[in-house]
Design a protein around this ligand. Structure first.
Ligand SMILES: Nc1nc2c(c(=O)[nH]1)N[C@H]1C(S)=C(S)[C@@H](COP(=O)(O)O)O[C@H]1N2
Ligand SMILES: [Mo]
Length: 527
């Protein structure tokens, strides 16, 4: 049996140190190439997100919320570290195992990098350079271990003359140097990534023009300003974020452009300056909701957007809606990070305020919400309308092309379902007996909310007081005074009726394939 100190510790150390060297050199190569998304960690992470079956993804979102990406990285890190340590130990006895492991991981990295939607052939380099560094460190450290050890499987007769015992000093010196070199390389990668950012046009550099068509004033009574109730406008840094991007694309607005092309369109290209210079910028209040928002969930927010009417841009490209003989019924938007989103052409040209937005709540779009430009379409879930980091708009048909989420089990069309949510009191919140204020929001973008009703336990549905409406495209706050609340456990439910006269169904449907249904119901304790 091998001595622990002689094989396990140096073996595991070798695996971890070699892996660290691989990741650091891959990182610096990615930074040199300005291709951070091609580094093995990001490429593999991205591929894992793509390949994960929908139910598992939903579980991850449910369990970790918007920390799901951090959870993914932590999980990958643990798996990689354990594998590296075990392979390192195995390699002390059978060197080839270490190199075979390295080959397998490098293969996965290369495959992942090459299958990213925006991949180019150079994207194999970060993984290959990393693998080379890893191999170098393996050779050195395994060599140091073998020199000091006798009786190993690879030992030739001449090694018997080597001094007995593992040469800790030599090993520690080599491993320490490798760690230091990796750390320095990692720092250099960071530094490079920061300096290549110079000369770029960032959100901080952009001054938004005054829109030619400002939004109307929000009625005073639109925001009830009740404790525990979401504010009418969601601040940018509290706005929910849902996307598949592992690193937020930091698009340079100085080189960005948006291309419109495809069936029945004359190609047009717009730069960011073109959009800023336009005299038809509008400002609109629009509530955005995610299809994966569960009943009562928080993946919904309201903002004041500035943007160019999408219909006008399409008309400038000569596009006609299908109702007027246009050949395309689907508008596919593509983002800088390769996302595809399919939207009905009829919807974005029917007169609603579909925007190519460049501003959010008076600021340029934050990077995480799509800088420099994104789509926003009232009345459609984000996954079929709200493309962030948008770079391309293609006119096509629903028959000819499935956007990203469609083969993954989501409906090709995603009109918003009328929904309502109780914000206060919170679940199992203890309330004093007497009058309890119940309040929340309801939304039916592009249709409008006409009525909200509240039910306590098995009582009748009672009408809540609606806050003033800003526009039919925004959510509407509501409140209900629950008088005579008695001590005990109670159940509160809410339902909304939209301007088309549709009342939310009680029937529960999951978020997939086209949005959850059911009444938001909470339990409260009155003490
Ligand atoms: N490029 C890109 N755009 C995207 C997505 C994405 O994954 N990538 N997700 C969409 C989804 S599902 C939603 S709900 C909205 C969310 O926008 P937000 O993160 O600004 O709230 O963005 C949409 N636009
Ligand atoms: Mo979404």
């Amino acid at each position: 049996m091998f001595d622990t100190i002689r094989t396990w510790v140096p073996g595991a150390t070798t695996g971890l140190v070699a892996t660290g060297a691989a990741l650091a050199t891959a990182e610096v190569t990615g930074a040199l190439l300005s291709r951070p998304s091609a580094t093995p960690i990001l490429a593999v992470g991205d591929a894992v997100v793509d390949l994960t079956p929908q139910p598992v993804k939903q579980f991850a979102v449910d369990a970790f919320g918007t920390a799901d990406k951090i959870a993914l990285f932590v999980g990958m890190g643990v798996i990689l570290a354990v594998a590296a340590a075990l392979l390192g130990v195995a390699a002390v006895h059978r060197r080839w195992i270490g190199f075979a492991g390295l080959g397998a991981f490098a293969g996965a990295g290369v495959l992942a990098a090459l299958t990213r939607p925006d991949a180019g052939p150079l994207d194999v380099l970060p993984t290959l350079v990393g693998a080379a560094a890893c191999a170098g460190v393996l050779v050195l450290l395994l060599g140091a271990i073998a020199k000091g050890r006798s009786g190993g499987a690879e030992e030739g007769p001449e090694r018997e003359e080597q001094p007995q015992g593992f040469d800790r000093r030599r090993f520690a010196l080599l491993a320490g140097s490798a760690v230091a070199a990796s750390a320095a390389t990692g720092v250099a990668a960071r530094f490079l990534a920061a300096t290549t950012a110079e000369g770029r046009l960032t959100p901080a550099d952009v001054t938004l023009p005054r829109p030619a068509f400002p939004a109307g004033a929000v009625p005073d009574g639109a925001d009830l300003e009740l404790a525990g109730l979401d504010p009418f406008f969601t601040p940018n840094d509290e706005f929910y974020r849902i996307d598949t991007a592992l690193t937020i694309p930091r698009v340079d607005a100085s080189t960005w452009s948006l291309r419109i092309h495809g069936l029945g369109a004359t190609e047009r290209v717009y730069t960011f300056a073109d959009l800023l210079d336009r005299d038809d910028l509008v400002e609109r209040d629009i509530t955005l909701a995610c299809v994966s928002n569960p009943v009562g969930g928080s993946y919904v927010g309201n903002a004041r957007w500035i943007g160019v009417p999408l219909r006008t841009l399409l008309e400038e490209a000569g596009v006609r809606p299908p109702g007027e003989g246009g050949p395309a019924d689907q508008l596919v938007s593509r983002s800088d990070d390769g996302m595809t989103i399919g939207t009905p052409v009829a919807d974005v040209m029917d007169g609603r305020d579909a925007l190519i937005a460049i501003g959010m709540n008076g600021r340029p779009l934050p990077y995480k919400h799509g800088f420099p430009a994104r789509m926003v379409v009232p009345g459609l879930y984000g996954y079929v309308s709200a493309c962030k980091w948008i770079v391309d708009l293609e006119l096509t048909t629903f028959d000819a092309f499935d956007a990203y989420w469609v083969p993954r089990g989501w409906s090709a069309r995603g009109p918003i379902k009328t929904q309502s949510r109780i914000d206060t009191p919170r679940v199992t919140h203890s309330e004093a007996p007497g009058t309890v204020v119940v309040a929340g929001v309801a939304w039916a973008q592009h249709t409008g909310i006409d009525r909200v009703e509240v039910r306590i336990d098995d009582g009748d549905w009672r009408e809540a007081v609606l806050a003033d409406e800003d526009t039919a495209d925004t959510w509407r706050q509501w409140s209900y005074e629950w008088a005579g609340a008695e001590v005990g456990e109670h159940r509160i439910s809410v339902r909304a009726t939209d301007r088309d006269g549709r009342t939310q169904t009680e029937e529960r449907a999951p978020v997939a394939p086209d949005g959850a249904t059911g009444h938001h119901t909470i339990q409260v304790t009155v003490e």
